[in-house]
Design a protein around this ligand. Structure first.
Ligand SMILES: *Cc1c(COP(=O)(O)O)cnc(C)c1O
Length: 387
């Protein structure tokens, strides 16, 4: 399905319409949930473009067209989860090939690379991608992929996407960017030279904390064919109901992200000024060491804020005392969430590496939702006063 308006519509218009058209049978304005595993073929050797739902599903295709249009790429390829999307890219490689990865990725990505995919013969080197020299120095003749996240989870470190693309391409490698935290509303890596954008649609893109899903967006036709081949051959597809729910989420992505950006900034400023906090990590703050890069490469700074409280006891006391900020893994939903990465999302990262990156037991990560900002600040203020 092609985007309905094709005269270069703005982000919000694409969010609402891209990838969709009224259902040809009934005119239904919403794409139907094609809850089917297979499709009847009119005669042997002829079908209507749909054979089997692992390979083709119209609801899924609507979602793929929608997110591809938001990222500014020609192809979206949906997966059952964010991790299976990233895994599919590694499955383009052969045993003996090498990947350079940001060290402070989502904990599950790190675990998949270290504990599963490295056993199959793909080699990984982890570096601090804030420093382009570390990335360049890690390249080997068989480096096929550079994988980055910016901002990183949960330390909010940034890397310069244009620099990363240049370095990867000098080494004949592809650049994959996990854009889950920023979303295409705030940052579009393909415009800065990335080859592959990866998403956990579970987070901001769906935005309503009711689906696990993933997406890859690429512009290159041949690369898209190779990823489609991996997905068809290995099978990590999302169901049509989940694809439909994420599509409902992306229709309001621009509205939600404006609210997340605004509330995130307000919470970061509030925490920075609060006597109980030791440090606040948010790329939108002037105090962030990479604020200048953030302002250049991002249009907004999201609702993700991390803060250091100084000890595991204080972090526990804080997250146990907030009410509106629900103690939960995950992020990017309309509801605010809070967690301690060292004990939750990043528990699978070895302790010495956590400490090295600054993921201490006193680090608290907030996913600021779209509730009224006064209520959110009250909740945080009351919990911090009780420490
Ligand atoms: C959650 C997350 C993932 C993993 O996605 P799932 O949908 O949980 O498999 C990958 N990257 C980032 C940045 C995430 O936040």
């Amino acid at each position: 399905m092609s985007p309905t308006p094709d005269n270069n519509p703005g982000f919000g218009t694409r969010a609402v319409h891209a990838g969709q058209r009224p259902d040809p049978t009934t005119g239904a304005i919403m794409p139907p949930i094609y809850q089917t595993s297979t499709y009847v073929q009119p005669e042997l050797g002829r079908h209507l473009g749909y054979e089997y739902a692992r390979v083709q599903n119209p609801t899924r295709e609507a979602l793929e067209g929608n997110i591809a249009a938001l990222e500014g790429g020609a192809h979206g390829i949906a997966f059952a989860s964010g991790l299976s999307a990233i895994e599919a890219v590694i499955k383009l490689l052969d045993a003996g090939d090498h990947v350079v990865s940001e060290e402070n990725t989502y904990g599950g990505t790190n675990r998949m690379f270290n504990k599963v995919l490295s056993r199959l013969g793909v080699e990984f080197t982890f570096v601090d991608t804030r420093d382009p020299d570390q990335v360049r120095a890690a390249l080997r003749p068989r480096t096929r992929l550079v994988h980055v996240e910016t901002p990183t989870n949960p330390m909010m470190r940034l890397c310069d996407l244009e620099q990363m693309a240049t370095i990867a391409h000098e080494g004949d490698a592809l650049l994959m960017v996990d854009n889950t935290f920023a979303t295409p509303f705030n940052q579009r890596p393909l415009e800065r030279g990335a080859d592959i954008v990866a998403h956990s649609t579970t987070k901001y893109l769906n935005g309503h904390s009711d689906v696990i899903g993933g997406m890859l967006v690429v512009d290159d036709d041949d690369l898209a064919d190779r990823i489609h081949f991996v997905r068809k051959s290995t099978g990590a597809v999302p169901g049509p109901m989940d694809a439909w729910l994420v599509l409902r989420g992306t229709k309001t992505l621009h509205l939600r992200m404006r609210a997340h950006n605004e509330n995130g900034m307000a919470v970061a400023r509030f925490l920075e000024d609060h006597p109980a906090s030791v440090a606040v990590f948010y790329p939108g703050l002037e105090s962030h060491p990479q604020h200048e890069l953030a302002a250049r490469q991002m249009d907004g700074f999201t609702g993700m804020v991390s803060m250091e409280l100084g000890s595991g006891e204080r972090a526990k006391a804080f997250v146990d005392r907030t009410h509106l900020f629900a103690l939960a893994e995950s992020l990017g939903g309309v509801e605010s969430m809070i967690g301690v990465p060292a004990l939750m999302t990043h528990a699978s990262v070895p302790e010495d590496r956590r400490a090295f990156m600054g993921v201490t037991d006193g680090l608290v990560r907030l996913s600021v939702g779209v509730e009224e900002i006064g209520d959110l600040l009250d909740d945080l203020d009351r919990a911090l006063k009780e420490l």
